[in-house]
Design a binder for this molecule. Structure first.
Ligand SMILES: [Zn+2]
Ligand SMILES: [Zn+2]
Length: 134
């Protein structure tokens, strides 16, 4: 947007008006970013991994978040390197570890917010284990 730059140089524009223009410009930039993020989410790459929460839908991923179409899983990624494969591995590891502990119950997976960050946990009501997956 060249008009903002133009305004910056125009001495006739008063400061308040200039500030308002810059804020408008920044706000429009922000909403563009938000739209792009929503679009990316709509285009999220579907994986072959089944949603561990409902066991019906599949897990999807875009650059910043792993989510599922049922809407019950939505975990922002802490690192860009993380992917559905890490989630898949985490699920397998946790399930095997739980089985190795001798408990024969089937653990549940659920999303919870702790420390303000949503994350996926494995929980077993029988042996009381709670394990962070992702
Ligand atoms: Zn699901
Ligand atoms: Zn258990």
């Amino acid at each position: 947007m060249t008009s903002v730059r133009g305004c910056l140089m125009a001495a006739s524009v008063d400061q308040a008006e200039l500030q308002a223009m810059i804020e408008d410009f920044e706000a429009s930039q922000l909403s563009n970013e938000r739209e792009a993020a929503l679009q990316a989410e709509a285009d999220g790459v579907a994986s072959k991994l089944q949603c561990p929460i409902c066991n019906q839908c599949v897990v999807l991923q875009n650059r910043h978040v792993i989510f599922s179409s049922c809407g019950r899983l939505r975990v922002p990624l802490q690192h860009e390197q993380l992917s559905v494969q890490d989630l898949s591995r985490g699920l397998t590891d946790a399930t095997q570890e739980h089985k190795a502990s001798g408990c024969r119950a089937v653990p549940e997976f659920c999303q919870e917010e702790r420390f303000g960050i949503p994350a996926l946990y494995m929980k077993c009501h029988i042996c009381q284990v709670v394990r962070l997956i992702l």
